[in-house]
Design a protein around this ligand. Structure first.
Ligand SMILES: Cc1cc2nc3c(=O)[nH]c(=O)nc-3n(C[C@H](O)[C@H](O)[C@H](O)COP(=O)(O)OP(=O)(O)OC[C@H]3O[C@@H](n4cnc5c(N)ncnc54)[C@H](O)[C@@H]3O)c2cc1C
Length: 380
């Protein structure tokens, strides 16, 4: 039996970041994943890091604070895996010119001004240019975060808690952190209603030099270290009541026989922005990101919904019971629902959760598990 302080289930951006944080704090950490490192949404991610403009609100404030932290974090951790060359955002229906300018330090770049950034830029587009933006190679980042951490391939089916320890086959741990993305959680959490949103990314070889990242309804990256360009989009909501469709599900139309059509769609949209010459598609990745309705991620201790309601049935009628009196699964934590900003948010949230676990630092209410619990309990 191997014994750990923390065992993390799910080796995506969330799991790898919390593993890194706890390891840096001197804890004995292991991480397991049924498929490998960065094989879920994290492997499929375009992994763009960019500001979220628009009228200031709690969500874009969270994202923009996380961005400042994470850019610095990745640059120190693994400078070779991050290309910080800014992003040109071209207006679309969701982000018109006014919104792109609001609450941001972006400036408008017409075609002539874009040529000042890159003399070779010959494409007829314009938009707002944000300097504080980058693209990552997600797998390389996740692997780096797990340096020196024990990693096991395991499909965990249940959590067994006995005499103060969780036991998963031959691994024993005092604490568990669930970072499962869209996969059905290992304990019931009816208050965290996650929908998977599916997306595709392709890596292409091209002789075109793309001087910065470009976002419209799709995202095109600058050339990465190996010269390839990533093109990605996430927009396909899955019509399923329950999340039974796993990322490698061979019955799902999204994953079967649809590559050609999806590549074509991405390339058509990319071509409307910039012509990528001598193009060859070298990889296609598909994945589902976990999102909840409010768009906020959620972190913290895992509330035991049934036991909390059994103890305080009047919560349903709005009686305020302080979070510390709720019932929790022992030593069980979660980071999930990172939405479309998983690589922006994960380092920042991992630090927050780590400080909460180790030093009892408070978690902001809007991202706490308790907030979702109270809301669902009142509805139940
Ligand atoms: C196409 C696409 C493009 C994206 N682009 C961007 C972007 O540009 N910028 C950005 O910041 N974010 C982007 N995202 C979002 C980002 O990828 C996600 O928010 C982030 O990767 C979520 O990380 P995670 O660790 O929560 O989940 P995941 O990466 O899905 O990891 C969860 C892991 O848990 C494992 N697991 C679950 N249950 C078990 C179990 N019982 N036993 C063992 N293993 C288990 C799964 O195998 C999986 O590997 C994109 C997402 C997609 C799909």
């Amino acid at each position: 039996m191997k014994k750990y302080d923390y065992l993390i289930i799910g080796a995506g951006s969330a799991g790898c970041n919390i593993a890194y944080y706890l390891k840096q704090c001197g804890k004995k950490v292991a991480i397991v994943d049924k498929e490998g490192i960065a094989k879920g949404a994290s492997g499929a991610a375009g992994a763009f890091l960019s500001p979220l403009p628009g009228k200031k609100n709690p969500y874009n404030t969270l994202v923009n604070s996380a961005l400042a932290f994470s850019l610095d974090f990745y640059e120190k951790l693994i400078p070779q895996a991050i290309q910080k060359k800014g992003v040109l955002r071209v207006a679309n229906d969701n982000f018109d010119k006014e919104k792109l300018q609001t609450n941001s330090d972006a400036s408008f770049y017409d075609n002539k001004k874009l040529k000042n950034i890159s003399l070779n830029f010959k494409y007829d587009i314009d938009g707002f240019f944000y300097e504080n933006a980058a693209v990552l190679t997600p797998k390389e980042v996740c692997e780096k975060l797990l340096n020196g951490c024990d990693f096991y391939i395991k499909d965990v089916q249940e959590l067994i808690f006995k005499n103060g320890f969780y036991i998963i086959d031959d691994l024993i741990s005092t604490n568990i952190i669930l970072t499962q993305g869209t996969i059905k959680p290992l304990v019931p959490m009816p208050y965290i209603d996650i929908s998977p949103i599916y997306g595709v990314k392709i890596d292409v070889k091209t002789t075109t030099k793309v001087p910065f990242n470009i976002h419209k309804s799709i995202s095109i990256s600058t050339n990465k270290n190996d010269g390839t360009v990533a093109i990605g989009a996430t927009k396909q909501r899955h019509d399923m009541q329950n999340m039974q469709c796993l990322t490698t599900c061979d019955k799902c139309a999204f994953y079967v026989n649809s590559d050609e059509m999806q590549i074509k769609e991405l390339l058509t949209s990319a071509n409307e922005l910039i012509e990528l010459e001598n193009l060859e598609v070298v990889n296609i990745y598909k994945g589902a990101r976990a999102t909840i309705k409010s768009y906020f991620p959620t972190i913290g201790r895992v509330v035991n919904f049934d036991e909390s309601l059994k103890k305080y049935p009047s919560i349903k009628n709005g009686t305020k019971i302080p979070p510390n009196l709720l019932e929790y699964f022992p030593n069980l934590y979660i980071i999930n629902a990172l939405g479309s900003r998983g690589f922006v948010l994960a380092p920042y949230l991992a630090k927050m959760l780590g400080e909460h676990i180790l030093n009892a630092a408070p978690i902001p209410q809007e991202i706490s598990t308790q907030k979702l619990f109270y809301k669902a309990a009142r509805k139940s």
